[in-house]
Design a binder for this molecule. Structure first.
Ligand code: PEP
Length: 251
């Protein structure tokens, strides 16, 4: 059975005091949750602190991005090995804001995925269509292209350390959530794609999160869908009570 996985993407939010308070509030709220994966992904500068504060808890820490080289003349970048070194477990790669604001291509995303796996991180690979792509009936082809691009040449064993986050771009930060049926349809498509490209085992074991305006009020109906194994939560992860309520809704 796949474990549910709820991850919070804090994006470029919080300062030191807010990050510390958020974690100190969250840790006891979810401490009784078992058999579920829980992660927070603060900005780079607060990762070290987050790893320290969560060290005795059931919350793991992830970064929101990484570079595709281990070291060198890449001013302003952070290597996956550095994330591993400070105790991160996960890294989000290919978030739609990286794709659409910073112009990351599937090739760049693929290099980052490979490098992050080499550094022994777990990867949350984000995929999802724009509103105009959905309206043009291109959701599956867009998602498939992103999966092919991001996962190129990866083995079945590599897939053990990949979570896929389906995040329709039109639902991110907009308050518009995909309906449970709309989300389930794409999740089922991703799972059957994994079965065709890899095998039943990979398809059955891969955690596929939904992301896009997940809140305590809509989490349960989304998470009840058979192919939705958790959520990547943006805005609602910035309040300990709402993130914890989403975690609890998943049980
Ligand atoms: C996200 O940033 O991945 C996200 C899903 O954001 P929100 O929950 O705010 O839509």
């Amino acid at each position: 059975m796949r474990k549910l996985f709820i991850a919070g993407n804090w994006k470029m939010n919080t300062n030191t005091d807010e990050a510390v308070s958020l974690l100190n509030e969250l840790i006891p709220l979810v401490s009784d949750v078992q058999d579920m994966d829980i992660a927070v992904c603060p900005p780079f500068v607060y990762l070290h602190k987050a790893v320290y504060l969560t060290r005795n808890s059931n919350i793991r820490v992830g970064a929101q991005n990484c570079h595709f080289e281990s070291k060198g003349a890449f001013t302003g970048e952070v290597a996956p090995e550095m994330l591993k070194d400070i105790g991160c477990t996960y890294v989000i790669i290919g978030h739609s804001e990286r794709r659409h604001i910073f112009g990351e291509t599937d090739d760049v995303i693929h290099s980052k995925v490979k490098k992050a796996l080499d550094a022994e991180l777990k990867v949350i690979l984000c995929v999802g269509e724009l509103l105009e792509e959905r309206e043009a009936g291109k959701t599956e082809i867009v998602v498939e292209t992103q999966l092919i691009g991001g996962l190129k040449d990866l083995s079945s064993e590599d897939l053990d350390r990949i979570t896929i986050a389906y995040e329709p771009v039109w639902a991110i930060g907009t308050g518009k959530t995909a309906s449970p049926d709309q989300a389930q349809e794409v999740h089922a498509f991703i799972r059957s794609w994994l079965k065709n490209q890899y095998n039943e085992n990979v398809s059955g074991n891969c955690q596929i999160q939904y992301g896009g305006s997940v809140k305590p009020e809509n989490a349960r109906t989304l998470l009840e869908q058979p192919d939705i194994d958790g959520a990547l939560v943006g805005g609602a992860s910035l309040k300990a009570a709402s993130f914890a309520a989403i975690v609890k809704a998943a049980r």
